[in-house]
Design a protein around this ligand. Structure first.
Ligand code: SF4
Length: 280
């Protein structure tokens, strides 16, 4: 290489370093080194959280139901080695729901703050054994500042009561705390910005079971972009809690025929929690 070209390359590399791109180029080769999952585990990718992309997230998720489903049938895409978004996140010693709400404050961290009426933090038992997570507040939730209070919320309450629980026995929250305009799905940057608060909520509560309602919550926590029908009703581990995904109550309002599938999922949750179905 002649001296002029060499000087140009060196200047370009200095520019890249100043932008923080050095590690990206240096580590990029390892990001493409796909490793096969070990028996009883699946690997999933942080497609739902762009800020985690640079970390080339790889999470190993033990499948409690792996005996029923061979590893070769795993719907997930193996990804490159590296810390996942959530593995990298430090647990905050002595964290509480009050402290997390305080930290959120009058949040303007993402663009969802512009059209919201209320931040919808979450409700329920701060030491619940069961946490339900939806995607984001709708119109009624935005107006009242409480998750799952509209038609879908009423159906969720019925589902909870059918499990022999009361709404106040469980904890209910969403991936994003502000209403997406026109009830659209939360976007990747919004999820990436807001989901650390959800992770802190889960760590503070320490539930035995996390039940993701719909694809958004499940894809965020499992760090996958696979459709929910590929893994609905399966057990996963999430930081010491058992995690299961089922359909969102809003989906059930549109597709009542799916209620039977959801009830089967809830019965699995009840079995783990030692609950018996309510007698009619
Ligand atoms: Fe803040 Fe979350 Fe609301 Fe975005 S959605 S403004 S990150 S509280």
């Amino acid at each position: 290489m002649d001296s002029t070209s060499r000087a140009r390359v060196e200047a370009w590399l200095r520019y890249g370093e100043s932008l923080g791109l050095g590690p990206y180029y240096r580590d990029r080769a390892s990001e493409h080194a796909v490793q096969a999952p070990a028996d009883g585990e699946i690997s999933v990718r942080a497609e739902a959280a762009p800020s985690a992309a640079a970390a080339a997230a790889r999470v190993r998720v033990p499948v409690f139901a792996s005996a029923q489903k061979p590893a070769s049938a795993s719907p997930f895409v193996p990804v490159a080695a590296g810390p996942s978004l959530f593995e990298a996140a430090e647990r905050i010693e002595g964290d509480t729901l009050e402290k997390i709400r305080e930290d959120i404050g009058d949040c303007t961290r993402c663009k969802l703050h512009k059209a919201r009426t209320n931040i919808v933090f979450g409700v329920g038992n701060p030491k619940a054994q069961l946490v339900f997570i939806g995607e984001g507040p709708g119109r009624d939730e935005d107006a009242q500042g409480e998750p799952f209070v509209g038609r879908a919320g009423k159906l969720l309450t019925q589902m909870i009561e059918a499990m022999s629980l009361r709404r106040e026995d469980v904890y209910i929250c969403n991936v994003v705390k502000c209403r997406p305009p026109e009830n659209r799905l939360p976007e990747k940057d919004e999820i990436a910005t807001c989901s650390p608060f959800l992770i802190r909520q889960l760590a503070a509560i320490g539930p035995k079971v996390i039940c993701c309602l719909g694809a958004c919550a499940a894809q965020t926590l499992l760090q996958t972009n696979q459709g929910i029908s590929r893994f609905r009703g399966e057990w996963f581990d999430f930081r010491g809690s058992k995690l299961i995904a089922t359909y969102h109550p809003a989906y059930l309002l549109r597709n009542p025929n799916a209620k039977g599938e959801v009830w089967k999922d809830l019965q699995k949750v009840m079995a783990v929690l030692g609950l018996e179905a309510k007698r009619r």
